[in-house]
Design a protein around this ligand. Sequence first.
Ligand SMILES: OCN(O)CCCc1ccccc1
Ligand code: NI
Length: 183
Amino acid sequence: MITMDDIVREENPILYQVAKEVTLPASQEDIDTLQDMLMYLKNSQDEEIATKYGLRPGVGLAAPQIGLSKRMIAVHFDDFDEKSYSYGLFNPKIISHSVEKAYLSTGEGCLSVDREVPGYVPRYARITVKATDIDENEIKLRLRGFAAIVFQHEIDHLNGVMFFDHIDKDDPFKIPEDAKPVD
Ligand SMILES: OCN(O)CCCc1ccccc1
Ligand code: NI
């Protein structure tokens, strides 16, 4: 079971590396790891389990955050439009995106960052993601809203990018050009 002890923090260089593609079909070890990552998210959103094991709630997790520099992410959340997302993905790739930007008015956080970093994180408002899911199916997801934000946050982790890298240093709460709040 993954706990907070397994999650690397922002000083760890692995978070700033480009993670490697997973050779498909995935090994049983990689499948098990992806399953464990998804389980972490579910556990972290279960009041009782999260309290018992001291889990910080998360809607997404990327393999580099558990010290594995591989292109694997898990997401588990309900979007504001009540659509549910629960995926373990290999080699996710943004294949197209809107010009329009979006951001969370609350800003973002990260399980690997034990501090508040205030400011808006400008991201693409809509993205199309291609990936291979945990059952080896090729999937294509057209995402907008909170889902688009979460997937970009996780895919950033595979490219060594942290959410605070997107915050404007001079004016953290500057409204990004032609951007709209997601929430
Ligand atoms: O990488 C996952 N993570 O550190 C957990 C928080 C994920 C997340 C938080 C705010 C907005 C988008 C995504
Ligand atoms: Ni993160």
